[in-house]
Write a protein that binds this ligand. Sequence first.
Ligand code: NAD
Ligand code: UGA
Length: 451
Amino acid sequence: MKITIIGTGYVGLVTGACLAELGNDVFCLDVDERKIAMLNAGGIPIHEPGLEEVVARNRAAGRLQFSTDIAASVAHGTLQFIAVGTPPDEDGSADLQYVLAAAKSIGRHMTEFKVIVDKSTVPVGTADRVKAAVQAELDARAEGAKFSVVSNPEFLKEGAAVEDFMRPDRIVIGCDSSAEGSRAHGLMKKLYMPFNRNHERTFWMDVRSAEFTKYAANAMLATRISFMNELANLADQVGADIEAVRHGIGSDPRIGHSFLYAGAGYGGSCFPKDVQALERTARQYDQDLLILRAVEAVNDKQKLVLGQKVAKRFGADLSGKHFAVWGLAFKPNTDDMREAPARVLLKQLLDGGATVAVYDPVAMAEAKRVLALDFDAEQLARVRFASSPMDTLTGAEALVIVTEWKAFRSPDFDRIKAALKQAVIFDGRNLFEPQVMAEAGFEYHGIGRSV
Ligand code: NAD
Ligand code: UGA
């Protein structure tokens, strides 16, 4: 099938590359000329395991092309996926300017039937706005081409995006019941056929329910995390181990084990903005989503917990003190630092007057870019970008772990102890066992593990 993807970011690039892998003829469009030039030169703008190979293979096979040519992109695909960003606007609602600009550009150039697929995470009712934007452009040109707008939200996780896309738990598709809608239904069914060979994974529904499902899923996952983080803080006070509690409750199949890890708070480009956007949608209908407000508030507080533990141990004035920080990306296997808890920790340490040495296996370049925006020159001068985990440690009062990269899970504790000024570890991802750490001679501060 001929497919156009508008927006070649995390979701667009993965969607385009994976659909090409299945034999489709995919045209990826972006307004970012540098990104497209990089992709056309064989580069990959993001770190995502397995993606480079899929992109290279499909470019070589001539099934995947990258361009900034809007007219050519609209002409190419019968299916036009919109996969542009939906960042929060000033009040936390999803900013639809990029989605609507993409819709307009389709309407401005299309001359034959198109299925417009909302892949971006968009509030309930957005498909109607996309439809109106496209129709307005068609009307302005007196062009009578037909189209249908479909909702097909994406559930991939960064760091496992290719795997998630190729082996989805579910595919959610919302179509309307018009003649164009049933034509779109047929094309979407054909497109996703390869994913449904062994068993049916597609959930067909109306457009608004599909849009809502995406927010409901992210809100539920964020709720589980904030719930566990709040319990972890209590566990710290009452002397219980949140990891034991996690096992104890997760074994109940009604609860399940996933997404119950207490830590330094959830980050990334999605949970924070999607929880906010759902709350804002509710407000438009005079509803106050109390649970989600609490989820957001708990997460904002949780991002401060590691730094507060450091301040409790070393005092609020950290001037003259040096700290080692492992992990900057918002989660492992990505270089994405959007809303990363490490940014909050670094602010606390630098505001306290400390110097820091930081290391992340893949996010160092992104960290340099992002921290230059977060901090002024004086504060930045107190950050050293180290060349390895061990390179962060010399002379540090303590090691602070923010991201659970595999490479941090079995370090040489003797070397860590020898390099640190004091054998103190603050572990924002509960990588180690408190008792083992105590036996190894460390003062160990996990999250919710003060047994
Ligand atoms: P991103 O910022 O990585 O990529 C968006 C891309 O769209 C950018 O390259 C930008 O230049 C491009 N763009 C903006 N306006 C354009 C236009 N008019 N025409 C062509 N290109 C345009 O964003 P992302 O992380 O891929 O997220 C995209 C959407 O998918 C968001 O709604 C997000 O919530 C959702 N989502 C993201 C993930 C994830 O893991 N990142 C997972 C599921 C859903
Ligand atoms: C999340 C969802 O998991 C995806 O299904 C969804 O498609 C995506 O958002 C989206 O809509 O964009 P992602 O943000 O890539 O994916 O990463 P997650 O693995 O969900 O982690 C998000 C944050 O939660 C990370 O900071 C992680 O450290 C934190 N987390 C996760 C916890 O603190 N505890 C957990 O138990 C799990």
